[in-house]
Write a protein that binds this ligand. Structure first.
Ligand SMILES: Cc1cc2nc3c(=O)[nH]c(=O)nc-3n(C[C@H](O)[C@H](O)[C@H](O)COP(=O)(O)OP(=O)(O)OC[C@H]3O[C@@H](n4cnc5c(N)ncnc54)[C@H](O)[C@@H]3O)c2cc1C
Length: 376
C-alpha cells in the first residue's frame, strides 16, 4: 500500500496517478486498434502506478479494489475511468480484478497468499471461461494434472502471466484452475478477428498436453457459476462500458462544437439525449456497484439489480451509438476518426453473455418484489 494514511487516501492517490496515464491511453488507442496490437505500454504504465496490486485485499497489502465491499464505489470509479480511456484496457483490468477476486474468495490460504504476492509484483491475471469446440479438461497424473482442450475469446492471451480458467475434471465436475502461463500452451489469434476492442489481445489458447501441479485446482466444484457472485459480478463489465460511453459522448460533443454544429436545435436534442444516456449509465453503475460487491448480503436482490443495470447500460450505449452516428453523419464512419473506433469498441464489448436471461430473471424478481417497496 502507499504511504498514504488511509486506504481511501491511497485509492485517491492511485486514481490521481492513473489520470494522465488514461489520457495517454486514449491518445494511443487509435493506433493500437489500427495495428491490432496489445496495449502493452499503457498496461505497463498502469501497473507501475499500482493498478494490478490494487485488487489485493487491504489486509494482504493491496487496496481491496474489486475484492472488498467497502471499496465498491472506488472500484466503480476506477473501472469507469479506465474504460473512458481505453475499453480494451478496461477489459484487461476487469478480467484481472475478477480473476484475483475468484482466488481470494475461493482459494485456500496458500493460493490466496500466492495470488496476492503475484498481483503485488505486477503479474497480470486473466479470466478465461469461454470454451472453444474442444472444451478445456484435465486428468490427474503423478504429481499433478494434464490439460487438454482450449479456451476462446481469451483477453490478454500471450500477455497475462497468470490465468484463472474453468476446466472439466475426470469426475465430470467443472473446477477453477489457477495457472502460471508459459508452460507450453499455444496462443493463437482468433480464426476471424473481432471488429472492436482489438488491442485487448483477445485470442484462443490451446492447452493440449500442458501439465501443472495439483495445487492449481481451487474452490468447490461449480464455484465459478455459483450465485449470486456469478451474475452480480457483471456490474464490473458494465462500469467499463459506462466509462467508454462517457468518452464517446464527449468525442461527439467536441466534434459538433469544432464543426460549429452544436447549437443547431436538432443536434442539441440529440446531445441532450446523449448526456442523459451517459449519466444514466454512470448512475446505474453507482447504484449497482454496492449490491454487486456485497452480493451475499441480499443475494436475489443484488443479482436482479445488477441484471437491470446491465441491460439499462447496454440500452443507453446502443441508443447513443445511433445518436452519435446520426449527429456526425459519415464522419462517424471515417476510420481516421476516433469516434468510428469508439462506436465499434463499444458495440463489440456490449456483447456479454445471455442478456435475455438477465432481463427475464430481473423482471421475474421485481414482479414478486416491487421496486417501489423501498430504496435500499
Ligand atoms: C472484447 C471481448 C473480450 C472477451 N474476453 C474474454 C475473456 O477474457 N475470457 C472469457 O472467458 N470470455 C471473454 N469474452 C467472451 C465473453 O465473456 C462472452 O462469452 C461473449 O461476449 C458472449 O457474447 P455472446 O453475444 O456470444 O453471448 P450469448 O450468451 O451467446 O448471447 C447471444 C444472444 O443469444 C441469446 N442466448 C443466450 N443463450 C441462449 C440460449 N440458450 N437459447 C437461446 N438464446 C440464447 C442471448 O440472450 C443473446 O441475445 C470476451 C468477449 C469480448 C467481446
Amino acid at each position: 500500500m502507499d504511504a498514504a494514511d488511509t486506504v481511501e487516501e491511497a485509492v485517491a492517490a492511485l486514481l490521481t496517478r492513473m489520470a494522465p496515464l488514461l489520457a495517454a491511453s486514449r491518445d494511443h488507442a487509435q493506433k493500437l486498434d489500427a495495428e491490432g496490437v496489445f496495449a502493452s505500454d499503457d498496461l505497463a504504465a498502469l501497473t507501475r502506478a499500482g493498478i494490478l496490486a490494487a485488487a489485493v485485499p487491504t489486509l494482504m497489502g493491496g487496496l481491496g479494489i474489486g475484492t472488498e465491499p467497502a471499496r465498491a464505489v472506488a472500484t466503480a470509479e476506477l473501472l469507469h475511468s479506465v474504460g473512458s480511456g481505453s475499453i480494451a484496457l478496461g477489459r484487461i483490468i476487469e478480467g484481472h480484478i475478477n480473476a484475483v477476486r475468484l482466488v481470494i474468495r475461493n482459494g485456500n490460504e496458500a493460493q490466496r497468499v500466492a495470488t496476492a504476492e503475484d498481483a503485488r509484483a505486477g503479474h497480470l491475471h486473466a479470466l478465461w471461461v469461454t470454451d472453444g469446440p474442444e472444451a478445456l479438461r484435465y486428468i490427474h497424473i503423478a504429481n499433478g494434472i494434464e490439460l487438454s482442450g482450449e479456451k476462446l475469446f481469451c483477453s490478454a492471451a500471450g500477455h497475462a502471466t497468470r490465468a484463472v480458467v474453468t476446466a472439466m475434471g475426470p469426475d465430470g465436475e467443472r473446477r477453477l484452475l489457477l495457472l502460471t502461463m508459459r508452460q507450453g500452451e499455444e496462443i493463437h489469434h482468433l480464426p476471424a478477428g473481432l471488429q472492436g476492442v482489438r488491442s485487448a489481445g483477445t485470442g484462443r489458447v490451446v492447452f493440449n498436453g500442458v501439465r501443472h501441479g495439483s495445487a492449481t485446482i481451487f474452490g468447490a466444484p461449480g464455484a465459478y457459476l455459483r450465485e449470486p457472485e456469478f451474475s452480480a459480478g457483471a456490474w464490473r463489465a458494465s462500469a467499463v462500458t459506462a466509462g467508454a460511453l462517457s468518452a464517446l459522448v464527449d468525442a461527439a460533443r467536441a466534434e459538433l462544437v469544432s464543426r460549429n454544429r452544436a447549437a443547431n436545435p436538432e443536434q442539441r436534442q440529440r446531445l441532450g439525449r446523449m448526456y442523459i444516456n451517459a449519466e444514466t449509465a454512470r448512475l446505474w453503475t453507482l447504484g449497482a456497484c454496492s449490491f454487486g460487491e456485497d452480493a451475499d448480503a441480499k443475494a436475489e436482490r443484488a443479482t436482479a439489480m445488477v441484471n437491470l443495470a446491465r441491460i439499462a447500460i447496454e440500452a443507453a450505449c446502443m441508443d447513443t451509438i445511433q445518436l452519435v452516428q446520426r449527429s456526425l453523419g459519415l464522419s462517424a464512419f471515417v476510420q481516421a476518426n476516433p469516434v468510428e473506433r469508439m462506436c465499434r469498441d463499444l458495440a463489440t464489448y456490449l456483447r456479454q453473455p445471455a442478456p435475455d436471461e438477465a432481463l427475464s430473471e430481473a423482471a421475474a424478481y421485481f414482479t414478486d418484489h416491487p421496486l417501489i417497496a423501498g430504496w435500499d
